[in-house]
Design a protein around this ligand. Sequence first.
Ligand code: GLA
Length: 386
Amino acid sequence: MSLQNKIKQTYQKRYEGEPILISSPGRINLIGEHTDYNDGFVLPAAIDKEIVLAMGPSGSDECKVYSTDYDAELTFAINDFKRVPFGWLNYILGVIDQFQQKGLAVQGFNCVFGGAIPIGAGLSSSAALECGVGLGLATLFGHEVPKLDLIKMAQKAEHTFAGVQCGIMDQFASVMGKADHAIRLDCRSLAFEYFPISLEGYEFLLCDTQVKHALADSAYNTRRQECEEGVDLLQRYDIGISSLRDVTLKMLKSHKGEFKGKIYERCRYVIEENQRVIQACEMLAKNNLVSFGKLMYASHEGLSTDYEVSCRELDTLVDATKDLPYVLGSRMMGGGFGGCTINLVASAHVEEFKEQMQAIYQAKHRKELPIYEVKIQDGTRLVTGI
Ligand code: GLA
């Protein structure tokens, strides 16, 4: 049975009435990591690993939300709820709160959701949930919410309820995704361009470390602060600088001795990564996958040594690919401290890649290594005809 059918049937067993169905995808990011909250460039795409939500009005103030993956139902009142200490409910409450803050009236509803996005794997299952709930509430309660507003509300939900000061990339990719295209997004102006991804003879594969280190969320917020600290210092010399997007490497180097701790390295990574995204798009446009792959390795190197958001497991996986001639590039993807690596692998060697990588991971970390083949697909949408 398809995921959509399963979610719909579960809804019908638990609650009354005919629900609306929403599909909301996770994302990959080809290159451009930790650049979004620095007003920089990213190159993500929505994937065929998605969350499906069935939603309908409850007819009262009460809301019931059932997660099929956790087999848990949580209940709350639409006009009287608070952030919970942890867990998936915060993503939902955060979005409801955004609707209410904006004066978009919502009433009690029931919801069943579940999905195929591995949780904690850096594929943005949380953004998919937020965006799906946003589209669901807008549809159920008759609000025309422009896509960009939905994206910003979902991002804000993550800030206020989940406590992660994330950038806009994940929610943008989830909502704006387009089949067979990556999105080159300028996170400052929010101007974007769809980039056709037709890799002749190659594909992107994800290796899931299956670790999410406990410090990930707080370290993410710290990195963001470190970048802001770098900007504060440089602003003293040039008031025109409002983010690392405005800083050149030359400018940064000329103040090298003035930065505390690792701030200089953090800023250097971000400035270089922005340049890499621009180059990577040029290489993709020319179908120069060899150069594209080299930029992926350089990105990982910067994330691991300058930005320090990698971990042993991710480094093992990226290093291991350097001995495999049919891999053009590899890097950690997403926030870091666990999650997946993204790898550009020759299609003819996919099975060999899987075997080799799984053997290495098992030998070094005594863990299984799930490897995902993903397709690039459309963003968050209403499912009809089921
Ligand atoms: C997480 C955040 C994004 C982005 C990435 C790193 O996925 O949610 O906003 O900062 O990390 O590129």
